[in-house]
Design a protein around this ligand. Structure first.
Ligand code: NAP
Length: 264
């Protein structure tokens, strides 16, 4: 028998009014049956936010896990992403994602990374149409810097709801946080458990003192900063323990110590 876990219930309200759970489940590099198993385990553990992408090649598996989970579609926040190579073909790409995901809309659709030159503006215009038509409830970008965020906003009148970027205590930068907050753009982090975070002595020390895992400390740090965090795992125990972060809080001192691991 598995012990019960305490999930966080923190959400952030996005530009068009959707409530996005701050904790989601990442699915990069999980394919085939393993993707069905992992996404099913995440839903079973209580995650209500799944992150996939056209280029992950697992939207069909994520969709199958969701359909078979019995969890109502409207209780799950579903993100997918469009590669910029699909410029000119954006809506067909989204419709293919929707078919695979077995749904009539995604909650968030992201430009996966910036395209060349001014192509982002055209892609972003198509994203605006997808939002108007309801195929994507919210639209955003990934791997954009603040100059690019401003460029697409000025060109189209649509502000990205979210920017998904690589992020962790080791990458914390108050200026980047301010860049997003000033623009009303939610900062969503990825690869929080990579780049040496799990072995960092400060993080390990806090984890040991609190009787938590390093991953839980990192995930909890995101939640207390109102950053979205989407840990990935194929291991059912880790899937559960990464979500078991609702029942403790990091002190102000520990939050400050973690902030100093980045640029402060
Ligand atoms: N927009 C983008 O360009 C972009 C880029 C990268 C990622 N992402 C998104 O962000 C998600 C998360 O990023 P990520 O996949 O790079 O990795 P991550 O969440 O940082 O996880 C990295 C690795 O840590 C391991 N792990 C997970 N929980 C653990 C734990 N409790 N203790 C020890 N190890 C643990 C996992 O291995 P096991 O599976 O073996 O547990 C995983 O392979 C992705 O899945 C994807 O959805 C987006």
């Amino acid at each position: 028998m598995t012990h019960s876990i305490e999930l966080p219930d923190d959400t952030v309200t996005l530009a068009a009014g959707s409530a996005m759970p701050l904790l989601g489940f990442g699915t990069w590099q999980i394919k085939g049956d393993e993707a069905v198993r992992a996404a099913s385990a995440a839903l079973e553990a209580g995650y209500r936010h799944l992150d996939t992408a056209t280029v992950y090649g697992n939207e069909g598996e994520v969709g199958r896990a969701l359909a078979e989970s019995g969890v109502p579609r409207d209780e799950v926040f579903l993100t997918t992403k469009c590669p910029p190579s699909q410029a000119g073909n954006e809506l067909d790409t989204l419709k293919a994602s929707l078919d695979l995901l077995q749904t009539d809309h995604v909650d968030l659709w992201l430009i996966h990374w910036p395209g060349d030159g001014s192509s982002n503006n055209d892609i972003w215009r198509a994203f605006g149409q997808a939002r108007e038509s309801g195929l994507a409830r919210e639209i955003g970008v990934s791997n954009f810097d603040s100059a690019l965020l401003d460029e697409v906003t000025a060109a189209t009148g649509y502000t990205p709801a979210v920017n998904q970027i690589e992020w962790s205590p080791l990458l914390y930068d108050a200026a980047t946080v301010a860049d997003h907050r000033d623009r009303g753009i939610v900062l969503e982090g990825y690869s929080a458990l990579r780049g040496g975070t799990l072995d960092h002595p400060t993080i390990v020390e806090i984890a040991e003192r609190e009787g938590r895992t390093a991953a839980q400390v990192i995930i909890r740090w995101h939640l207390q900063h109102d950053f979205v965090v989407i840990p990935k795992s194929v291991n059912p125990e880790r899937i559960r323990s990464n979500a078991d972060v609702g029942g403790f809080a990091l002190s102000d001192d520990d939050m400050a110590a973690l902030d100093t691991l980045g640029k402060g």
